[in-house]
Design a protein around this ligand. Structure first.
Ligand SMILES: NC(=O)c1ccc[n+]([C@@H]2O[C@H](COP(=O)([O-])OP(=O)(O)OC[C@H]3O[C@@H](n4cnc5c(N)ncnc54)[C@H](O)[C@@H]3O)[C@@H](O)[C@H]2O)c1
Ligand SMILES: [Zn+2]
Length: 364
């Protein structure tokens, strides 16, 4: 499957996403077509390199292409400015120029860092993404947000720069630990809740196949999630309106990540955040109890937490949510579901009601 994201100018900037069980085989030809004789520099998550270098060499990936391979230790603490500088210096010493390209292979950390580097190296060079975690395949490689963290907070430095092409092959997920698959599934469930009831039903009835990494089932959910995200990004690249729907579950989710010192994982926090948004919506009379139960059940099927740890205080969550809002510099845009496949933006949240919801979910 091929999805195109076309962005506003004339001529439109186009970002192409290729999804399928044969993408690994198609990478050499696609890169040759896109790059011709120009140089390209691979940035690989070193863990993914160790697992996959043999297979991709067999498939004839042009790994020795001019610039060669730079290995990157992909872990959230490495998603920082000094890594960007180090990688940039490696590019300079390897001779990368303004017409060179970066090809990033790995999860969201690698993609965000390499994408950021590509967007600023010599004022911007071409970027290709080959995401290897479910989260990166359905979320971080799509939509052009790149960036790194600061000690003060995540993703505080970054750019909007669409990759030229994204190659997605679900077979990479065979080596992905279950816990990482679950983090990506939370974003898939989020996409379904935002705007795709058919995807929701598919996940409900195919969770076992997905857990076993059934490639056809994975392709189905990746394609649907990418399609939904690209549609939203196309309408609102820089998140001034519609793109905010993608933040479903993230308001409370980010607060939980922060308050647990990032011990609770992002996807897990988003799952709990979605449940909180759904409970709130239900109490406001906007979401039926049956849909709330379906959300809880699906999260439980995937062993995602649906309750807030008692060690977290409701008032701290409220404070973290407000700090986040201040950081973004606008009103609290709380996204709430009104049924499976539809969300609305709510800017008037009653603090007392929000507090009750958080306490009903276990917060102290
Ligand atoms: N740019 C965006 O729009 C956007 C959206 C969502 C998340 N993000 C960012 O993405 C990051 C999280 O991404 P992630 O969850 O992919 O994390 P990650 O890149 O750290 O990958 C998770 C782990 O899986 C390993 N891994 C990757 N592919 C593998 C494979 N095929 N087999 C075995 N192990 C593999 C990695 O080495 C790592 O240990 C966060 O920094 C987040 O801020 C960005
Ligand atoms: Zn997320």
């Amino acid at each position: 499957m091929k999805i195109e994201i076309r962005l506003g100018e004339t001529p439109a900037r186009v970002s192409e996403i290729f999804i399928g069980e044969d993408i690994m085989e198609r990478v050499p030809g696609a890169l040759q077509k896109a790059l011709g004789s120009r140089s390209a520099y691979w940035i690989w998550d070193e863990a993914v390199w160790a697992l996959w270098k043999g297979r991709v060499a067999e498939l004839g990936w042009p790994l020795d292409r001019s610039g060669g391979i730079i290995l990157f230790e992909a872990a959230e603490p490495e998603k920082r400015m000094s890594s960007v500088e180090l990688l940039a210096r490696r590019l300079v010493s390897a001779g990368a120029s303004r017409d060179s390209a970066i090809i990033a292979v790995g999860g969201g950390v690698t993609g965000d860092v390499a994408g950021f580097l590509a967007s600023i190296y010599m004022r911007g060079i071409r970027c290709f993404q080959i995401p290897t975690t479910l989260l990166a395949q359905v979320d971080s490689s799509i939509g052009g947000k790149t960036g790194v963290d600061l000690p003060e907070g995540k993703n505080l430095l970054g750019t909007f720069e669409q990759p030229e092409q994204v190659y997605i092959d679900p077979r990479f997920l065979t080596t992905l630990p279950d816990e990482e698959l679950r983090q990506g599934m939370a974003e898939v469930i989020k996409s379904a809740m935002i705007g795709d009831e058919v995807l929701w039903k598919f996940v409900e009835s195919n969770s076992e196949a997905l857990k076993k990494r059934d490639f056809a089932a994975l392709c189905r959910i990746i394609s649907a999630s990418c399609l939904l995200k690209s549609r939203i990004v196309q309408a609102d690249e820089k998140e001034s309106g519609e793109r905010r729907a993608l933040n479903l579950g993230h308001t409370v989710g980010h607060a939980l990540e922060k308050l647990t010192g990032f011990r609770l994982r992002h996807g897990d926090c988003v799952a709990t955040g979605m449940v909180a948004a759904a409970v709130l919506s239900n109490r406001m009379g906007k979401l039926q109890a049956e849909d709330l139960q379906r959300l809880e059940k699906l999260c439980e099927t995937w062993e995602m937490p649906t309750r807030i740890p008692a060690s977290i205080r409701s008032r701290d969550i409220l404070e973290a949510v407000r700090a986040d809002k201040k950081r973004i510099g606008n009103k609290l845009h709380f996204i709430i579901p009104v049924r499976i496949g539809k969300v609305i933006e709510c800017t008037e949240i009653d603090d007392a009601q929000f507090d009750q919801v958080l306490k009903s979910l276990g917060a102290s």
